[in-house]
Design a protein around this ligand. Structure first.
Ligand code: NAD
Length: 499
């Protein structure tokens, strides 16, 4: 078993706390590594070193900083197989899905290759007599990224790439359940020419996170994880005067209209509901067919597709549909929620509880689970399940289906399947969710847009990656400059128009 280290000033540094967390291969249950949990003193030391490195990094012109990302992107591509293997081993997702995880992070790195264009300020010449007015974007200093287990490459890259391309140094605190992919990425960006100390990977749990939130040098915190922790981090960071954007959990609905292509809708529901074992913040966990006939036909199409899904370890081959969930506790919680659905009166059509795979009896596998006749009062609807469970909530009309989403506390992603442009436009305009798919199940915006939910799925201002990230990781200085040729002398005491 490997003992992991922090990555500080470009080198591996052993933890000194004596506290560790176990990293397990979820397909076998076996402990594959132990990860040190940093003390506040270790965090403070990493931040201090990052602050020294950041002063020099901020002086590097944006074009040269961007070149590090060109090389980094190339190295990620060259190491795609190794990254995916490391990711699948610690997370459990299939190898093709792990490559997708790396790929969607790589796309953010690609945008950072053009970061200078996103870091431009504004200029108005002759704003008054001899007066020019301009703004410049400057880095914040040391910033922190705190990331969840479910996208071990993509989300650390969402955090580190725009922050560093903007001239900041980053303290990355990856999930203690999937910390190894972050370490690989740190090595690769260092090989790409990033100066030591600009990216520090510091492992830890609540103690390390609190040390980030209370550290006076850290200027901004970008968080992704569950809603209660997002809300906590947002509150404590903001109280301490930091910029914060904290993205939380989700409950994503897909409305299926009577005029929808039901084969395509069923395929989309299976992919978006069960891909990555449902452990995606953009997973569709609620199908909302409109009208009895739509619901009956949809269920008829869904059941055989779901029964055919192959659940297996990532090593089982490319035809595997999804792997285990992350921990034994996650499996137990998901199975408990399935039982609550049965107890509260939902119709269980496929039951994923108690799944055992030969040779992998200690793995955390949950079979694909489909419920019909779920109602909004049931726990299986109210809770974010974060597992391979799709609930069907039948609605009589489009308005009822829309109201179900409007009443939900989360607002991360949603989708509608319909052949009618008017309904689709109305839905996009009225739904109070940050990312909307029209005949598209997982509407994660491409990296030159920005990503973010609404309501209890996000706390703070601005979205992550894309143009918003460059705003989040920089502060704008506004400069008013006057040169005196042709300007008369005279004292002015009144506040007045510049002209
Ligand atoms: P989590 O909230 O348990 O952990 C996220 C991070 O917070 C980890 O780095 C963890 O170490 C830290 N943390 C955990 N407990 C803490 C505490 N008490 N105090 C301070 N820090 C703490 O989330 P997770 O289980 O790793 O990830 C799954 C969740 O993330 C789901 O709810 C999912 O919807 C959400 N998610 C959201 C998005 C998004 O963009 N909205 C993207 C991916 C995942």
């Amino acid at each position: 078993m490997q003992e992991l280290k922090h990555f500080i000033n470009g080198a591996y540094v052993a933890g000194t706390s004596g506290r560790f967390s176990e990293v397990r291969n979820p397909a076998t249950g076996e402990v594959i590594a132990k990860v040190p949990l940093a003390t506040p003193a270790e965090m403070a030391d990493a931040v201090e070193k990052a602050a020294v490195a950041q002063k020099e990094w901020a002086k590097v012109n944006p074009q040269r900083r961007a070149r590090v990302f060109m090389k980094f992107g190339q190295l990620i591509n060259e190491n795609m197989d190794a990254l995916a293997e490391c990711l699948s081993r610690e997370h459990g997702k299939t190898l093709p899905d792990a490559k997708g995880d790396v790929q969607r992070g790589l796309e953010v790195v690609e945008v950072c290759m053009g970061a200078p264009a996103l870091l431009k300020g504004e200029f108005v010449g002759d704003a008054g007599p001899g007066i020019d007015l301009y703004s410049i974007r400057q880095p914040l200093g040391v910033v922190a990224g705190i990331t969840p287990f479910n996208f071990p490459a993509m989300i650390p890259l969402w955090k580190m790439a725009p922050a560093i391309a903007s001239g900041n140094a980053m303290i990355l605190k990856p999930s203690e359940r999937t910390p190894m992919t972050s370490l690989m990425l740190a090595e690769l960006i260092q090989q790409a020419g990033l100066p030591d100390g600009v990216l520090q990977v510091v492992h830890g749990d609540k103690e390390a996170v609190d040390a980030i939130l209370d550290n006076e040098t850290i200027q901004a915190v970008g968080f992704v994880g569950s809603t209660p922790i997002a809300q906590y981090i947002y509150g404590r960071a903001a109280t301490n005067g930091k910029r914060a954007q904290c993205f939380g959990g989700a409950k994503n609905h897909m409305i299926i209209m009577p005029d929808a292509d039901l084969d395509k809708a069923a395929d989309a529901l299976v992919g978006a509901g069960f891909g990555a074992a449902g452990e995606r913040c953009m997973a569709v966990s609620v199908a909302v067919p409109v009208g009895k006939e739509t619901a009956d036909r949809l269920i008829e199409k869904l059941v055989p597709k779901i029964e055919k899904l192959k659940v297996a370890p990532y090593t089982a081959g490319e035809d595997t549909d999804y792997g285990p969930v992350i921990t034994a506790q996650a499996k137990e919680r998901i199975e408990g929620l399935i039982t609550s659905g049965v107890d509260q009166g939902a119709t269980l059509l496929t039951d994923g509880r108690g799944m055992k795979i030969q040779g992998y009896e200690n793995g955390y596998f949950v079979g694909p689970t489909l419920f019909d006749n779920v109602t909004p009062e049931m726990d299986i609807y109210k809770e974010e399940v974060f597992g391979p469970v799709l609930s069907t909530v039948r609605m009589d009309s489009y308005e009822d289906a829309l109201n179900l989403i409007l009443d939900n506390q989360y607002g991360n992603g949603t989708a509608i399947y319909t052949a009618d442009g008017d309904t689709a436009r109305d839905f996009a305009a009225r739904v109070d969710v940050g990312m909307v798919g029209i005949n598209f199940p997982i509407p994660v915006p491409l990296s030159y847009f920005s990503f973010g939910g609404w309501k209890k799925s996000a706390f703070g201002d601005l979205d992550q990656y894309g143009p918003d990230a460059f705003k989040f990781y920089t502060k704008t200085k506004k400069v008013t400059a006057r040169w005196f040729s042709g300007i008369k002398d005279g004292v002015a005491l009144n506040f007045k128009a510049m002209d």
